[in-house]
Ligand binder design. Structure first.
Ligand code: ATP
Ligand code: MG
Length: 417
């Protein structure tokens, strides 16, 4: 056993298709996720073909380094399904027919009205002295067996059979092995408007001295997340550990946190507006409808968003949206003044509580002598109007995505403040 009496597990996926790249080892991912939730550390993943000798060699290695060895695949009736025979011989046990499994197989063939072949009979065989893990959706039973300090768990390959068997029968078996069973609980904090390194600097001492919960920052898609993961006896206790660290992070960088776990900027905006009973209209130029697309991706967005306009050219900005020609000729289409009129006019035209606009240079060429990445976001409401200026970098698509996210971020901030 590992440090502090913890169980060390490893997963061995059996199947030549995996080695050929025909299928992906999603079973290992599934099992690993579930083991993490109950605090069992997974130390190795292996994949081995449907080959007795190589399977024996992998089992021998596993026996020396793990307390729990979990196999997936090769429990079926065909010749290449050799997992249980091989494991049985590795641990000096024999296979015996299991009555319950046999009954299930026989009745299947009776129901279908087809003769049962000898290899189907093999499916009802299990390792002697094992605990049978019932297969509620298929025929091959799973097994849990203990030998010389190691627990072996054998599971079928098809995920639709493995997943319920693992959840309903393997997990309880594993929980009974761990006396001081722990839960692992994690929470993701989502940041926008601050870079990964700036955020790390704010939290440097915490990151350096982390233990429980662990603090893992990650930058992705112009956003930064921090995953807090706590181990404890109960979910409540894990939650308390996370809350302690979270409150310190909030003191230092709370203004950049916009959501948690699976939240997105657009889902949070829709939820915030809905909670406050506010409606929004949009006038988009450089994002070409992207913000509208993001908002309408959220189910129920229609309650806050009646619609918007894509006003890409100067002409459409004046003709459709009513931005004055003078504003555009004096300040340019990419200006505070134009952004402001766009937002005001969208709000008026569509008769919404809020009007938001966006105009900028997505690149790769500069426009009106204005640099690539310069973006103005206008926001108009009964309480007053604002324009935000942002300077972005990156290729065209990245600038558009980041501009849209900034617009949503400012919108949310304006509404909650
Ligand atoms: P069967 O009774 O269907 O033969 P089995 O327990 O013998 O099941 P395998 O023959 O190894 O399992 O695999 C059957 C199918 O299960 C594969 O064709 C594949 O679709 C799926 N499968 C097997 N192993 C994995 C894995 N590690 N990850 C995801 N899917 C898998
Ligand atoms: Mg098979």
């Amino acid at each position: 056993m590992g440090a502090r009496g913890e169980m060390r597990a490893e997963i061995i996926a059996v199947g030549t298709e995996l080695l050929l790249g025909q299928i992906v080892n999603t079973n290992a991912q599934y099992i690993s996720t579930k083991l993490a939730e109950i605090g069992i550390d997974v130390m190795f993943h292996s994949v081995v073909g449907d080959n007795r000798e190589r399977l024996v060699s992998v089992v021998k290695t596993a026996q020396k380094r793990s307390d729990i060895v979990i196999f997936t695949g090769g429990l079926g009736p065909t010749k290449d399904d050799l997992t249980k025979e091989t494991i049985a011989s590795c641990i000096g046990k024999i296979l015996m027919e299991n009555e319950e499994a046999m009954g299930k197989i026989e009745s299947y063939f009776v129901r279908r009205g087809i003769p049962m072949t000898e290899n189907n009979r093999r499916q009802a065989q299990v390792i002697e002295n094992c605990q049978v893990l019932p297969n509620d959706v298929g025929m091959a039973p799973g097994m849990a067996v203990h030998a010389e300090g190691v627990h072996y768990i054998l599971l079928p390959g098809p995920p639709k059979e493995l997943n319920p068997m693992f959840d309903h029968y393997a997990i309880p078996y594993l929980l009974s092995l761990i006396s001081d069973h722990q839960v692992v609980f994690s929470k993701v904090l989502r940041f926008f408007g601050i870079g990964e390194s700036a955020l790390e600097e704010l939290l440097m001492d915490m990151i350096d001295n982390q233990s429980n919960p662990t603090i893992a920052p990650l930058a992705k898609e112009s956003e930064v997340t921090i995953r807090l993961t706590a181990k404890a006896k109960t979910v409540d206790e894990a939650n308390r550990l996370i809350e302690g660290v979270e409150s310190v992070i909030k003191e230092r960088a709370g203004q950049f946190i916009y959501g948690y776990n699976d939240d997105s900027l657009h889902s949070v905006v829709v939820e915030t507006l809905r909670n406050r009973g506010l409606t929004l209209s949009l006038a988009e130029s450089c994002t070409g409808g992207l913000i509208s697309r993001m908002i309408t991706a959220v189910p129920g967005a229609s309650s806050i968003y009646p619609g918007g306009l894509i006003t890409y050219s100067d002409k459409v900005k004046t003709n459709l949206l009513g931005v004055t020609e003078a504003t555009i000729s004096q300040h340019g289409a990419i200006s505070r003044e134009t952004a402001l009129e766009m937002a005001q006019n969208a709000r008026q035209l569509l008769n919404t509580d809020l009007g938001m606009s966006i105009t900028g240079v997505a690149g790769p060429e500069s426009v009106e002598g204005k640099p690539v990445g310069l973006v103005y976001i206008g926001l108009s409401s009964a309480g007053g109007d604002q324009v935000f200026e942002v300077k972005l970098t990156g290729p065209r698509e990245m600038i558009q995505i980041r501009a849209a996210k900034y617009a949503l971020f400012y919108l949310r901030q304006a509404v909650i403040n």
